[in-house]
Every structure is written in C-alpha cells, then in structure tokens.
Write a protein that binds this ligand. Sequence first.
Ligand code: SF4
Length: 422
Amino acid sequence: MKVAIKTLGCKVNQAESDILATTFSREGVEVVSFGEEADLYIVNSCAVTKEAENKTRQMVNRILRNNLAPRVILTGCYARLISQERKNPFKEPVFLLPSFPKEREILNLVEKWWGKKFPLAEYPLPPRARAWIKVEDGCDHFCSYCLIPHLRGEVRSEEKEKIIRQAQALEREGIREIVLCGINLGYYGKDKEGESLITLLRELLDNTSVVRFRLSSIEPFLVDEEFIERYFSLPDRVCPHFHLPLQSGSDRILKSMRRGYDAAHYRALVSTLRRYSPQVAISTDIIVGFPGEEKEDFENTVSFAQEIGFSRTHVFVFSPRPGTPAFLWEKEIGIPKTEKKNREKILREVARENQRKYHHLFLGKKLKVLVESAQKGMGSGYSENYIPVRFRGNSKQGEIVEVTIEKEGDGFLEGNYNSSVQ
Ligand code: SF4
C-alpha cells in the first residue's frame, strides 16, 4: 500500500501532513514522493492567495492526467473554501475533506477504503532534521484581506501537556530543533486560563534538555516590550529569530488592512528586540499593491524596510480573496497589475540588499547550524538566526554544529565546520 502526500502553503499544513505521514508509515503504509505512483494521493491545500488556489488545482489535475493514483483526497484551506462556496470543480475520484481536524477525517475515509484501522499518531516524527509542532489553530483577528479566519475558525490552543510530551518524544528521537507553529501563534493560550506562548516555552524548556525552539511567525499586534523581555530571559535554547509580518510600512494602509498596529509600534518592537539581542534576525512578510496603496504609501514601505534591515522578506502581491472587504475595494481602488509587478520587483531588490547586509554581519563569526543535509565532507543547514549556511567538514544530518563563517554566497553563508555542539 502506498500513499503520497503533497503539502502546499504554511507550516501548519506541513505539521498536519507530518502527522498523517507518520501515522501511515507506522502502520506499514509506504509514504512515497510526489510524482510516484500510489494507491492514494492526499493534497493538503492552501487558499491564502489566488495563486495558491491555482497551484492546488494544477496539482490535482496533474495527478489525474498522469494517472498517479486511483483516488485523490483534497483537504486544507482550499477544500474548505470550495465546499463553503459550493463550487467544487472536481468530481470522483477526487474526494473533498473540508472539515477540521482533517487528520481524523482523512483516516476515517482511508479506513473505509482499505478496511484497516489507523490510530492518529500523537508524536509525528518528521522525515527531516527540523520538526514542527502545531500548538494553535484558528484566528479571530479578521485583517481586511485575509480569508483564513473564515476558513480556520476561532482560536483553539493545543493542550500544554500534549505539546510537552510531543517535544520530549521528538528530542528522544534525536530532533534538535522544534518550530512552534500555529495559524496565529501569538494567540496561543487565549482560550485557556493562565496560559500564554511564553509560559508554554518556559515549560517546554524546563521539560527538555538539548532541543532548540523557534517561533514560526508572530503578529506584531501580539508582541510588546514585556513579551520580548520575557522571551530573552528564557534559557538560550530559544532562537534569536522573530518573523514579524509587517505587511506595509504605511500607517494609512496598515489601518485599512486592519492590522492593529502602526509603523511606530513596529519600530519600537525592533528597537527593543535589538536592545536585548543586537544581531537578532527579524524576518517579515510584505504585501504590495493593496487597494488604495498610493505611490507615497509604497515609498513609505520601501524606506521602512530599508530602515529596519530585515534578514529575510517574503514579498506578496496583493491577491483579492472573495468574501473579504479588500476584495470589494480591489474593484474600486485596485492597483493596476503592471504597477503591482513593478512594486514587487522594487521591494524584492530591497529585500535582497537587506539580506546581504544582514549576512555580512556574520563574516568571521561562529554560527550554530542545524545540519539538514550532509554528504562527502560537505554540509548545509540553518543557523539559529535562520541563515542558510553551507560548510566543509564531516557532520551528521540532524546534529547542531558550530561553523566559522568565511564568505558570502548568493542568499547564504559559507564556512568551515569546527565542532559538534551536542
Ligand atoms: S492575523 Fe490577520 S493575516 Fe494573520 S491569519 Fe489572522 S486575519 Fe489572517
């Protein structure tokens, strides 16, 4: 029996797919890669942009066209969207599974087809060096452009004890970096008395001994000085890396996006972060071409990005999502496509320059790198501050090693292996 799982979109989808992959392989089902023939294909989809939707449809069509499997399960946010809109473009053999939690739903369906029972794996072990734990689902912030709250529902935090047991199991298996992820991670604990992301981190650190922790992304409106202070008072197994989605550097646009902060708040966060950790990595997401984004708004975003000096920037072109307020605004005050593309190009250039400057800070320094691939005396992986690093020297996949940085490559750093850290 073979199953292939294709994951699109965010880290939460990846974490959910990992649970499925583990569950299947524990039960003796072979998990094969995309493109190979299988008895079942599962596409864990994304609907965050129009492009993500198109990609999902293309993926499913490719599976059908190439006869890669007799059955396809489509799940994730796009499945949820087309079932809500009652506009399912697929028929058998594509089965739609829009509801949450999708893991159990998928397993129920597969159990029916194969007449076999699959327990839900409590501790998914990833097929790679880094592991993700999904600690939260849902968001009730309703930014004016975002469909996710409509698709994922309100905030639900995972039980702390379960997360700790999962982290301990991963550590026992040799995992050395765990990324905590959620749809809106900073809301962890909102639905639970006395719980917060910081108290969760504290307990994870108290109950593990070597694994390092990273936060996948945290919204700037959920971070304040106290949060940062408490974060940096934790043991140094928390990574000096914050992904704080900025979205725009213009207060006018931030307001219309309903982001709940302004540029001054963001600037203050960055300066507090740097006070505690001068070379902390600050990465971000920025949307260009939001409806009504005047030239001046875009210029504010560009100069703000230059001022902050992000270590890494994901630039997105605004994509109107039906059912959101910004979808209607796009018709009235949308930015022409060519102008959107032009702004994307400019900002990507700024992003590259920022990244280069950030990487430059580490020439001659030592970085702790989680080895994701190692062969023939060469290794590569990500440092604590999320810089891709390639190095010469023997190492093992999954270990954390110290590397002395010697030179810069295009989007990465290069150096020599010094020693194993654990
Ligand atoms: S915070 Fe805003 S962008 Fe993020 S999931 Fe919630 S509504 Fe969407």
